[in-house]
Every structure is written in C-alpha cells, then in structure tokens.
Write a protein that binds this ligand. Structure first.
Ligand SMILES: [Zn+2]
Length: 151
C-alpha cells in the first residue's frame, strides 16, 4: 500500500463491520505525533481501538515502512474489532492478543476475506506457536467421522 496522494489521513468504514471507522494516519496529519506516542505507550503496536469508540487508528507511516498489503490491513482491522467485541480493556496481555487473533480469523472468514484470515493464522503460529490450520484439519476430520451422539 502506498500513499501516492500524500493525504494526511484515510478514513473509511470497515468492510468487516461498517459500524467501525478505520483511520490510517500519516505524519502530515496534525494528530500523528500524539497518536504515535499513544500507540508506543500502550502496546508498541501500529494500530489501536480508540477507547470507548468504534474508531480504529492505524499508523500509516508503519504501513508504508512495512509495505503492508490490503490483506494485512484487513487482518489489523479484524484484530481490533475482535478486541472491541470481546470487551478487552485498554492495555494488552498475551491472552487477550490470542483471543483477538482467533475471533479476528472468524470475522474475516465470515466476510469471505480468506487471504486476510491466513495473515492472522501465520501470526498466531509465528508469535505463539499456535497451529490454527492443524486445529482446523482435526476439527473438520472429527466432523466427518460422525462421532457426535444423536439425540
Ligand atoms: Zn491486540
């Protein structure tokens, strides 16, 4: 993703849940430095949900620097929306981060954003050694074996 228009901010309704507003801020935005400090303080992250709102803030300079794709951005949105749905408070711990990734995967797949869901599956494996694809395989094969007792 690149900011060829040199806009200070891109805001749009999230495709995952349009009740959430996504704002990607760049350094030319007057609030960029304040938000950067908040992101660094809270979780050293590139995105956060603005407390008490449905506003997702994303550090656009990091998006450019890391050369994030549209799927990466969807994955970030889903993760933040998941935090909001679960009701995680400010700050972050490993358990909440895992939960947000897991619900994020479901939110992305419900919306047909399969490649973005793969981004979160990769992240779970890389950061926490959780093999979500293995889990899916086992879960699906259990469904096939008709092991559930009938009522
Ligand atoms: Zn998080």
């Amino acid at each position: 993703m690149n900011n060829t228009d040199n806009l200070p901010i891109w805001s749009y309704q999230s495709k995952i849940d349009p009740s959430y507003t996504v704002s990607i801020l760049f350094k030319t935005h007057e609030l960029y430095n304040d938000i950067k400090v908040q992101l660094d303080n809270v979780n050293n992250s590139i995105a956060a949900l603005q407390i008490g709102t449905k506003n997702i803030l994303i550090d656009g300079e990091e998006v450019l620097k890391l050369n994030l794709t549209q799927d990466d951005i969807y994955a970030i949105e889903a993760h933040e929306i998941a935090h909001s749905i679960i009701g995680h408070g400010p700050g972050t711990d490993e358990e909440s981060e895992k939960e947000a990734d897991l619900l994020g995967i479901a939110l992305l797949e419900i919306n047909g954003l399969m490649d973005a869901a793969e981004v979160l599956k990769d992240k779970l494996f890389r950061m926490y050694n959780i093999d979500y694809r293995q889990f899916e395989q086992e879960f699906n094969s259990e469904l096939d074996t008709d092991e559930f007792p009938e009522e």
